[in-house]
Structure formats: C-alpha cells, structure tokens
Design a protein around this ligand. Structure first.
Ligand code: TYM
Length: 337
C-alpha cells in the first residue's frame, strides 16, 4: 500500500475505433464533464489502443478528430482540461513498455475483455491486444492520476492497474505510483443494447439499431427508441420491479441518467405507464439532450485544423507532467540517462 499522498488528478480515455455511442456518453463522458470542476483532468483519445485491432488509417484519423469533437461538444473545455491524442504523448508507450515487464502473463490471461475481443481465435489476436491493459495502466500512471471515471466494463482493467502499480512499488522498494480509484457511478454505468438487454451497447455491434450514436439525428434517435425491445408489462413504480426485466431497466436507466434523476424518482413519475407512453417521452428527452451535442460536433468537424491545434497544445501541456514522471521511473529502474 502507498503511504505517500498524491495530489488528486483525473485521467480517462476512449478508443477512436468507431463513432461515440450513448453508452460512452452516459457511462463516461458525462462524468468527465462534471469532474472538470472537482480536480485537474486529462482526457485522451487512445489511438494506440485502437490499433490493437485493425483500423483503416483514414478511418482512424477521422474517428480521432470526431472523438475530440465529441468531447468538446459534450462540454469538456480545453481551457479547463488537458485533451490529448495518446500517440502524441510518447511517454504513454514508453511507460507501457516498462509495465509490460511488470505485468504477468497470467494476469493478462484472466482479462475478460481480451477473451471477448479475441474470440475463439486467440492465437491470431495481436500481441498489442493481449498487452492492452498494461498500456492502459501506463496511460493512467504516467500522470500519477488518482481517479479514473469509466463504465462498468473497465473495472477489471482498473484492478489490474492497481496491481501493476503495487507490484512496481514493491519490486523496486518505492512508493512512486498511486493506487488509483475507479469512479464507476450513476444510473448508466452499463448501458445495454436496445435490441438485447443482456448485451452491452457497443460501437462494434453489427446492428446499428442496437445503439444510439452521438451523430444520429432526431429522427434516427426517435426511431431506434420506438423500436427498442421491451416486454408487454407496464412500468413498475419501484426499482425492485425492474429486477427481471433487463430491457425495461435499461430504458429507465437511460432516462434517469439523461435527466440527472435517480431511478426511483423516474419510476415515481412514470410507474404504471405502458411503453407506448414512456418511449415517446424518452425519445423527446434523448433528442433534447443529444441534438445540441451532435450539432456542435458537426460544426467542429468543419474545422479540423482547430481540432488539431487543440490536440497539439494538449500534448505539450501533458508532456510537462509525463516527462518528469517517466524520467523518474527510468531512474528507479536503473536506466542510464
Ligand atoms: P472504450 O473506448 O471501450 O469506452 C470508453 C468509455 O465508455 C464506457 N462505455 C460504457 N459505459 C456504459 N455503458 C456502455 N454500454 C459503455 N460502452 C462503453 C467505457 O466503460 C469507457 O469508460 N480501455 C478503454 C479505453 C482506455 C482507458 C484508458 C480508460 C484506454 N486507456 C485509461 C480509462 C483510463 C476502452 O476501451 O474504453
């Protein structure tokens, strides 16, 4: 355990491996925005992580800029927070290598995300995909970040980040890396597919109807919600009544998160309603919250030079933090400088 106290700092990242979904927004970005007023924050497009599975180069560049636009349009201010593209801050990959040598094969083999992504053909997965969580630990620890807001699916990776920090500190007899706190909070830490309440909403799902994309227009959002899978019963008036109703629970969670309400508060209002009444309300709420973001994203995407300028400036600010931490790490490890 560390005894040193570390100054609070937030780090989190999103892969530019496709468009942003409502899951990314509610599970992560919304919290990123509010944390800006609580402590210094660094938010990252993790392009090095994205290429652990094949990315067409043109798509990667487009998706990276679109993700930056999504961050800014959602309320992340480049004046308050440091906004970066991972490959522009080389200390991430450099510390990632050190952590490849700290993390154990057995730890990586337990990662459920690797198993899910590699599928049946794990022998054909990239080495990068296997080592992915060590680079993620480096992303966080190269800033000595103490708080990491994420959705539920990243919990295991954050536990591994803590294990890597603890093993490094132990092996080298130092108290150098903080033991990071995951921040997994709110009604929508796991937004589910609109077509199947047992599956996570994901940008890689082949069915576009399964997710709301942050670039969807009002008609598309309303249509996807109208067609979302539900059951025939009316909504309950208390959260306990959602226990065996994954699709109903998902739509109520989405409503609560979009409207900054608790699930109980939502059910106190809509309990007893049929989906035919509730879905249009949800669609109206979703459109009112998401349309201003998608419009601002589209505007920003017309100014790619401005996005690139923001990312270059972010990288300069980031390196003021990461360069000394990497230099100290090399010194601890015994590397001649
Ligand atoms: P990624 O790109 O898959 O997702 C980005 C963030 O969105 C959250 N999220 C969701 N939350 C709720 N419901 C969903 N359906 C949903 N889908 C995605 C994720 O939990 C995540 O917070 N490994 C990370 C990227 C990463 C990172 C980091 C995160 C790289 N380095 C360092 C934090 C700190 C990932 O693949 O996220």
């Amino acid at each position: 355990m560390t005894t040193q106290t570390f100054a609070p700092r937030v780090f989190s990242g999103i892969q530019p491996s496709g468009g942003l979904t409502l899951g990314n927004y509610l599970g992560a970005i919304k919290r990123f925005v509010s944390m800006q007023d609580e402590m210094p924050c660094v938010y990252c497009m993790v392009d090095l992580h994205a290429i652990t599975v094949w990315q067409d180069p043109k798509d990667l560049a487009h998706n990276t800029r679109e993700l930056a636009a999504g961050f800014i349009a959602s309320g992340i201010s480049p004046e308050k927070s440091i906004l970066i593209n991972q490959s522009q801050v080389p200390e991430h990959a450099q510390l990632g290598w050190i952590f490849n040598c700290v993390a154990r094969m057995g730890w990586m083999q337990r990662m459920t995300q690797f198993k899910d992504k590699a599928g049946k053909n794990a022998q054909n997965a990239s080495l990068g995909l296997f080592g992915y969580p060590a680079l993620m630990a480096a992303d966080i620890l190269v800033y000595h970040a103490t708080h990491v807001p994420v959705g539920e699916d990243q919990k295991q990776h954050l536990e591994l980040t803590r294990d890597i920090a603890a093993k490094f500190n132990h092996d080298y007899g130092v108290d150098f890396f903080p033991i990071t706190e995951p921040v997994i909070e709110g009604a929508a830490t796991r937004v589910m597919s609109l077509r199947d309440g047992s599956k996570k909403m994901s940008k890689s799902d082949p069915s576009d109807a399964s997710r709301i994309n942050m670039t969807d227009d009002a008609d598309a959002i309303a249509k996807k919600i109208r067609k979302a899978k539900t059951d025939p019963d009316a909504l309950p008036s208390e959260a306990a009544g959602l226990a065996d109703r994954p699709e109903a629970r998902n739509l109520v969670n989405i409503y609560a998160a979009l409207n900054d309400q608790s699930v109980d508060a939502v059910l106190a209002e809509v309990g007893g309603q049929q989906f035919g009444t509730f879905k249009p309300k949800l669609a109206e709420l979703a459109v009112s919250r998401l349309s201003p973001i998608s419009e601002e994203m589209a505007r920003l995407m017309n100014e790619p030079d401005e996005i690139d300028r923001i990312l270059r400036r972010g990288a300069e600010q980031a390196r003021e933090i990461t360069a000394p931490i990497l230099a100290k790490t090399y010194e601890i490890v015994g590397m001649v400088r």
